[in-house]
Ligand binder design. Structure first.
Ligand SMILES: Cc1cc2nc3c(=O)[nH]c(=O)nc-3n(C[C@H](O)[C@H](O)[C@H](O)COP(=O)(O)OP(=O)(O)OC[C@H]3O[C@@H](n4cnc5c(N)ncnc54)[C@H](O)[C@@H]3O)c2cc1C
Length: 396
């Protein structure tokens, strides 16, 4: 079963499928491997995306994988005050996806571009020659085989091993990892045109979300930094308490429960080695403030495939050449990720009373458009003492 390809992509989430598509479109013979038996299942995601994200990554919005459209987000304080944000990363509104169908749509796009796909196939280690990564040892239903490749793309998600195998530092501190729990609730009532974000000690250091998937169905979940949890059952206690306090949600039934981790860190310092690229969650590209990683996975995957194909064409898979990829994603998203990291750090040090003051101040000011800059301006004017935990952000 041993084989040789130009580009081997490990993991068929959004990053991996986009990497495989763009590598194949760049003319590289490409193999995409996925350890699960079915791409996209089980879903471990709130499934929210900004509309503009799909536009920027050239993915047509389709009823095949969109469950629901939202008009705006509502940011809610512990005392129930709230303001509305219409802008989602430079565009208005968002979608709640059917993530399993979305992931399979992306894999199909990769296959249409010429990539081959193998499910139930795990990478179990990397092959190396003279320090350069030259492929991966793989396993399919108990059989072990080697795939030799000019470039390997590690798109193996939050629990990534490829980076570590390749000598790239992907270690996360407990304060930079959020433990998440989510229920899909049916038979509920609320405001389905909004995505809700609830801040405060009901989800200490993180937040609770309500992402509607239809008129009476929503993903209701939370993420809390591991450093703020006494034990894993804490996430369930917080989520159950929130639902019990929300009459519209408390009447619902749980039809699905998912748990998972997200990074709340800065991106990896190096996303490139000789013959190796890391993309998506594997490169710690989740937004540390919002926990959103789909867009950055799509974007970085697409860049990784493009650069890997170029490296194959030029016969140069050295880290010097592949660094192009590192520059591409940093140029597009690094500044925002760094700013969001500092906001996240400030929020982790903000108590409920200050959050109430900040959110009430923004709600009362009724700005025409809510951005991080506008919020800062309002808080500086109306309750400057609440900005103390954000000193590093203000200095930057
Ligand atoms: C509870 C929760 C809620 C979330 N909500 C949102 C949200 O609303 N919006 C948003 O934008 N983001 C959200 N995220 C984050 C988002 O799900 C991820 O950022 C996104 O899936 C990253 O895509 P990826 O391709 O990098 O990784 P993944 O989607 O994790 O894909 C990695 C793939 O690699 C495979 N794999 C792993 N190891 C191997 C191996 N050794 N060999 C072969 N295959 C392997 C895995 O099976 C998996 O299919 C959420 C995450 C969680 C946990």
């Amino acid at each position: 079963m041993d084989e040789e390809v130009d580009v081997l992509v490990i993991g068929a989430g959004p990053a991996g499928s986009e990497a495989a598509r763009s590598a194949a479109e760049g003319g590289a013979s490409t193999l995409l491997i996925e350890k699960r038996a079915e791409i996209g299942t089980p879903v471990r995601c709130g499934e929210g995306v900004g509309k503009r994200w799909l536009v920027e990554t050239g993915i047509p919005a389709s009823r095949d994988f969109i469950a629901h459209e939202i008009r705006a987000s509502r940011i809610v304080s512990p005392d129930g005050s709230s303001f509305v944000v219409e802008d989602h990363g430079g565009g208005k509104g968002g979608f709640i996806l059917e993530r399993d169908r979305f992931d399979r749509f992306l894999a199909k796009r990769a296959a249409s571009a010429g990539a081959r796909i193998r499910v139930r196939t795990s990478a179990i280690g990397l092959l190396r020659e003279g320090g350069r990564v030259t492929g991966a040892r793989c396993e399919h239903m108990g059989e072990t085989f080697d795939v030799r490749a000019r470039v390997v793309i590690g798109a193996d998600g939050f629990e990534s091993q490829v980076g570590r195998w390749g000598g790239l530092t992907t270690h996360l501190r407990a304060r930079d990892v959020a433990s998440c729990l989510q229920y899909t609730l049916v038979g509920i009532e609320g405001e389905p045109e909004y995505a809700e974000f609830h801040l405060g000690s009901m989800a200490p250091g993180g937040y609770l979300w309500v992402f509607w998937k239809g008129e009476d169905t929503a993903n209701v979940g939370l993420g809390v930094p591991v450093s703020k949890l006494r034990d894993r059952a804490d996430t369930k206690r917080y989520l159950d308490a929130f639902i019990a306090r929300s009459p519209g949600l408390a009447r619902g039934e749980i039809v699905e429960e998912v748990a998972g981790g997200v990074s709340m860190s800065l991106p990896v310092e190096r996303s490139v080695g000789d013959g190796l690229l890391l993309s998506g969650d594997a490169a710690r590209l989740i937004d540390p403030l919002t926990g959103a990683g789909i867009f950055n996975a799509l974007l970085s995957g697409s860049y990784a495939g493009e650069v890997a194909a170029a490296a194959v064409r030029e016969g140069n898979p050295s880290s010097g050449f592949l660094n192009r990829y590192d520059r591409m994603w940093r140029g597009r998203i690094e500044e925002e990720l760094a700013r969001h990291y500092l906001i996240k750090e400030g929020l982790q040090r903000t108590d409920d009373e200050s959050l109430n003051r900040i959110i009430r101040a923004v709600a009362d000011a009724k700005p025409a458009q809510v951005t991080a800059k506008v919020i800062l301006g309002i808080v500086k004017e109306r309750c400057p003492e609440a900005l103390r935990p954000f000193a590093r952000l203000l200095e930057s």
